[in-house]
Design a protein around this ligand. Structure first.
Ligand code: MG
Length: 367
């Protein structure tokens, strides 16, 4: 089997409402990129990479598109049934930019799944759960508005909350206090600063918090700052933005830097790289989140397949990006939020055939 053509679709993905993160970052739309890889045997694979804007991670829509355009000519003729071999071709053509390589990687795994007749979770080791439970992200707002958002998700069956931090020591401490005192016994609160706290803010807020039974995610922007804060505080730590590859994870394991990792599949380079991180996390009794950086139900289907391979006692939660955006490119297909779970049908590959008319004419075609 050979890759015979690569088509890229690039489109604007407006958000239902403006989302705010620490350090004054605001987002009202995403730039989505979808790939379709066709083969000489008539099997096609799909992928999507949609960064959460350009200031959240070292990944941006223009980078995804240009990087794949640069690599595409070298990928024509490669056998997509072998993701590791395809990755070596991408690494030969372009250093770094793993978030863009993830776009190709997802489509290649989709083809491998369709060729074998198996869902991707089966190729990644097999399902460890029927459907991953959802974690809801609660963006920056007044404490009462954040609690109201939590209550809406609670009614929808969600019990894990990623509560955004970054409104200053006073307000952040108040949000933690209010969320912790109104938490139901089965619920989990993770307070996520998205790298926005200074070391002093992080230590002050975390030491001041009465209860220790919550996790803090990415308190400071760098791994080193987070490690420093970790050594002065007691709460379990989840690493997100700074967890870019298996090398960082090995360091974090050696230095006892975290209890959990947020695996954003495209940030770490797609399924091929994420499974290395997953397996190390499992080997060292660490927990994980599994999610996309942002995007449509196609992105959620990509993450649902991976999240299904994680034993439930190691999974903090999955996340549904589709709830934030206004466009559905695969209505009635793929992973959907249902009673607090991300539910996807067991079909070959990703089991999703997006509607190309919803994405506009191709951005680029290589054949
Ligand atoms: Mg996070």
């Amino acid at each position: 089997m050979k890759i015979s053509s690569i088509s890229l679709f690039a489109f604007d993905l407006p958000l239902r409402e403006v989302q705010s993160l620490s350090r004054g970052r605001r987002f009202d739309r995403f730039g989505a990129t979808v790939i379709r890889i066709d083969t000489d045997e008539g099997v096609s694979g799909w992928g999507e990479v949609t960064p959460w804007g350009s200031s959240y991670l070292a990944a941006f829509p223009g980078g995804v598109r240009q990087a794949v355009c640069d690599m595409a000519p070298a990928l024509l003729g490669e056998d997509p049934r072998f993701p590791e071999a395809v990755y070596r071709v991408m690494d030969r053509e372009l250093a770094g930019h793993v978030y863009a390589k993830a776009l190709v990687d997802f489509a290649v795994w989709d083809i491998a799944g369709k060729w074998t007749g198996l869902p991707i979770h089966a190729l990644l080791g097999g399902a460890q759960n029927a459907a991953p439970h959802l974690s809801a992200a609660l963006h920056l707002d007044a404490p009462e508005a954040m609690l109201a958002a939590r209550d809406r998700y609670r009614t929808a069956g969600v019990g894990t909350f990623s509560v955004k931090m970054g409104q200053g020591i006073q307000l952040d401490s108040e949000v933690i206090e209010q969320f912790q005192t109104t938490k139901l016994p089965h619920e989990t609160n993770v307070f996520d600063a998205n790298g926005g706290w200074s070391r002093a803010e992080a230590v002050t807020i975390m030491q001041r918090a009465h209860a220790a039974d919550f996790m803090v995610e990415q308190p400071c922007s760098t791994y080193e700052s987070t490690l420093s804060v970790r050594r002065k505080t007691s709460q379990p730590i989840s690493l997100d933005e700074c967890m870019t590859d298996v090398q960082v994870l090995v360091r974090a394991i050696e230095e006892h830097a975290c209890e959990a990792v947020n695996i954003k599949l495209a940030r770490v380079g797609g399924y091929t790289k994420a499974r290395q991180i997953r397996d190390l996390l499992l080997a060292y009794d660490l927990q994980m989140y599994v999610m996309c950086m942002g995007g449509t139900a196609l992105s959620d289907t990509i993450s649902a397949n991976f999240a299904r391979t994680v034993p439930l006692d190691r999974l903090v939660g999955a996340w549904a990006s589709q709830e934030y955006v206004t466009l559905d490119i695969c209505p009635g297909q793929g992973a959907r939020p249902e009673n607090g779970f991300l539910v996807s049908p067991d079909l070959a590959g990703l089991g999703v055939a997006p509607d190309t008319t919803a994405m506009g004419p191709p951005f680029a075609v290589f054949e």
